[in-house]
Design a protein around this ligand. Structure first.
Ligand code: 5GP
Length: 229
């Protein structure tokens, strides 16, 4: 593995993508491990039309119940490194000792089907996406407290004691980066938090800057003088 621990696509490669107006919005959703972002996203995806999910690549082992191509594409480190060398990731990062990356191919499939896309990635990945010249919106999911986070992580029973400790140890530094995001959602009640996430998606779609071409098309149907009235 190279010494770098994060990376993003070059500006030239991003510039070669479709023009920004034709593209969907990337919603970057981050939280510390156990913050509940997965649960919120699973609630929002079926309720918001035109919204897709980008399945990441990872070198970590699948947890019980996790399926290839649904939760992640599970790959070996060499496969990951080769894809990274070929420039196939929008961003990648080492998170809690494993490699994770957003595959451009997967993302493009979603975006080109005319959908906005949720990226469920860590705070380092969120920073890489923010630096890329793409239309993205950052949402940080805030757990109510350290105690609640620890309980959620424990109840999940998905990590061995060492991984559990690593994730808890990293959580403060992750929460401290909330200020880098456009929105912060307190995840004290999953229903309410999911409604808030959906509201953010709808509100961002309605931003004037994203409605320019629609507004101009509508305006063009109006006669210049009152004569056509
Ligand atoms: P987990 O192992 O619990 O599924 O994920 C650990 C962390 O890695 C979570 O914060 C998750 O959001 C993040 N993660 C998942 N996929 C990606 C990715 O493609 N890129 C980055 N940077 N982080 C990711």
């Amino acid at each position: 593995m190279s010494e770098k621990t994060t990376g993003e696509l070059s500006a030239e490669a991003v510039a070669a993508l479709d023009p920004p107006e034709a593209r969907g919005i990337l919603f970057v959703v981050s939280s510390p491990s156990g913050g509940g972002k997965g649960t919120l996203i699973r609630r929002v995806l079926p309720t918001v039309p035109r919204l897709g999910y980008s399945v990441s690549w990872t070198t970590r082992a699948p947890r019980e119940g996790e399926r290839e191509g649904v939760h992640y594409f599970f790959v070996r480190e060499e496969e990951f490194a080769a894809a990274r060398e070929r420039g196939e990731f929008l961003e990648w990062a080492v998170v809690h000792g494993n490699l994770y990356g957003t595959s451009l191919g997967v993302l493009e499939r979603e975006l080109s089907s005319g959908r906005d896309v949720i990226l469920e990635i860590d705070v380092q990945g969120a920073e890489s996406v923010r630096r890329a010249p793409l239309d993205s919106v950052g949402v940080f999911i805030l757990p109510p407290s350290f105690e609640v986070l620890r309980e959620r992580l424990r109840a999940r029973e998905s990590e061995n004691p060492e991984q559990f400790a690593t994730r808890l140890r990293n959580s403060r530094a992750e929460v401290a980066r909330y200020s880098e995001f456009d929105y912060v959602i307190l995840n004290d009640d999953a229903d309410r938090a999911a409604r808030q996430l959906a509201s953010i998606i709808y509100a961002e779609r309605a931003r004037r800057a994203r409605q320019e071409s629609l507004a101009r098309r509508v305006l063009a149907t109006f006669p210049e003088s009152a004569a056509g009235a």
